[in-house]
Design a protein. Structure first.
Length: 269
């Protein structure tokens, strides 16, 4: 289930509130209110390559989800460290984009030109290479995630291994929701990219977008990166986290999944 669908399922009480003439204030505004019911899941992409901001991200004062690329120099080290610090680990699977350099993809990429059996082999190898992975998301992938043949194989392997999928939504033509629903793979989706432009100003604006999104839904998934914007994004997140904590709790992706899928995920490595 994507976070939007999850929000829709969980949000009927809020929908009633917002339709009323005098909507109730958010729970966090009430004196003596219990812990905020809204959830922010930070996902940090591109671990595995010693990218800038790796340590700063791992040391953020909240739990998040580390998306680790397979077959890179620090794939194993980053996954081990992030797991030891209590973060969730997912495979950050390199997938073919419509635009972009082949060198940005990294080893073992899923290309739409590959035959079925080679796609399956690459997805299985990627999962085996990232210790403690309980889910998967796409690195780039605007072409691959809109290809139904390719995504059916990727998501079928996720299903067999008990992994959920986070659709980074790099393409508005993504077929991931349709195929994941057909196969019964637990699905989440990205709501806000924090650092598609590498400036403090942009990242802080995207954090403001996140705050707006939180007024509309119970949970929000945001994606940031280590690497080129890593120091900027980790710095802005560190500054923003204390204020955000008064509005929402920070969770790992596995905490946004329905209980049945969580139980399945916990059986994984
Ligand atoms: Zn990536």
């Amino acid at each position: 289930m994507c976070s939007m669908m999850l929000a829709a399922a969980l949000g009927s009480a809020f929908a009633l509130g917002s339709a009323a003439a005098h909507p109730l204030p958010p729970a966090s505004d009430l004196p003596g209110a219990p812990a905020p019911q809204r959830h922010i899941a930070i996902v940090i992409d591109d671990f595995g390559n010693g990218g800038k901001g790796t340590e700063e991200m791992l040391n953020l004062p909240v739990k998040f989800t580390a998306a680790v690329m397979p077959f890179l120099p620090s794939t194993h080290k980053d996954a081990e460290m992030a797991h030891a610090m209590g973060h969730d680990i997912i495979v950050h699977l390199p997938m073919e984009p419509i635009r972009g350099k082949a060198s940005w993809l990294g080893p073992g990429a899923i290309l739409t030109s590959l035959p079925d059996d080679e796609i399956r082999r690459r997805v299985e190898a990627a999962i085996a290479d990232v210790p403690y992975a309980i889910g998967m998301n796409n690195h780039m992938g605007s072409r691959a995630t809109s290809d139904e043949r390719v995504m059916r194989i990727v998501l079928q392997v996720c299903k067999e291994k008990g992994l959920f999928f986070l659709d980074s939504r790099t393409s508005w033509k993504t077929v991931v929701p349709k195929v994941a629903r057909e196969l019964g793979v637990p699905l989440l989706q990205n709501d806000v990219f924090l650092d598609d432009i590498y400036t403090r100003r942009h990242v802080s604006r995207q954090i403001a977008v996140l705050r707006q999104e939180l007024k509309k839904r119970d949970s929000c998934v945001v994606i940031g990166h280590v690497g080129a914007p890593g120091l900027i994004t980790s710095g802005e997140l560190k500054n923003a986290i204390p204020a955000l904590q008064s509005e929402a709790s920070f969770v790992r992706l596995s905490e946004l999944l329905p209980a049945a899928s969580r139980a399945q995920g916990s059986k994984q490595r």
